[in-house]
Design a protein around this ligand. Sequence first.
Ligand code: PMP
Length: 371
Amino acid sequence: MTARTKPAPAPKPYILGIHAYVPGKATASDGRALVKLSANENPLGTSAAALAALEAARGEAAGYPDPDANALRAALAEHHALDAERIVCGTGSDELLNLAAQGFAGAGDEVLFSRHSFAVYDIAARRCGASVVEVPDTDFTADVDAMLAAVTERTRVVFLANPNNPTGTWLAPAEVERLHAGLPSDVLLVVDEAYAEYCAPEVQRVGFDLAAAHDNVLVTRTFSKIHGLAAERVGWATGAPALIDVLNRIRGPFNVTVSGQKAALAALGDTDFVEHSRSHNSATRARFAEAMAALGNHGISTVPSEANFVLVRFEGEVKAEAALDALAEAGYAVRHLPGQGLGDALRITIGTSEDMAKVTATLRTLCGEAA
Ligand code: PMP
């Protein structure tokens, strides 16, 4: 046998600059299963109607799904008063975020987003060879002036998560409009509204209205959060026909499964479940934030959140690492994101009332307070 001398396939250098996405954990370091408050899933589960649709779809596994998700797109259009021709569905909104970058940015271009925002933007930009421009935020909130000041001739795509992950902060409609108004018309603004349904209904349309009125706005939404269908991987986007056309050219032809399309359709119709999930989240989040405020003398605080999670900061004697360990010991996985510059904080998904009472008691005990 002669030694192998031929070179192995060489990856693109910019691909090696990507740090693979680290998902929220579900097990402790010793392998114990934990309650997952680390991935912003719906603690109330999935609507009964969507579960029934999943069950009904079991018999259809041999056939390809509708490549254009026509029934789901029609239902989304009807539900949100949009045009079905301006909607594309994706394998989670993750796919659509990646396609938005790929469709409009490449080597030599810049993709811009706020510090402490969704980790997928960095991957989406780098995997098409574009440069990342990360703009400092203010009080963990996207800073519109700073973002606009960072735009250059090379900027092709701007990502805004609203509400933002992992901080939970939110830009009011007027600020989103101001960001859009300040961007050149040839820059694509992607408004990532994965958590929009947790906001008050009267402020949920800003992205849709911008996307309907302008050629350079794409709004992404997901069934993974309030609809409790993360396992099915169903997301969607709306924007001008020319934008949707680009995404349709490069998406997977059968990118949303049969069960995913059917479950999403049923979930969309279950407005009671959505309403219940929203009110559970806001009431439980408010109680949790109040409980954390009561630990303010221990250096604990929360970042105001409009989403289904809260960023809790540990700036006193109790460190985030110690809280992470104590919560794991109590049976809970939460998210520590030192790699995103949040070493002194934990992102905690709002779970059931019982979960949040236990999380609160654990943190109180750690601070030396009565549970
Ligand atoms: N955007 C944001 C801001 C998110 O937090 C997430 C999920 N973590 C997504 C998009 C992607 O969600 P999915 O692919 O499940 O639709």
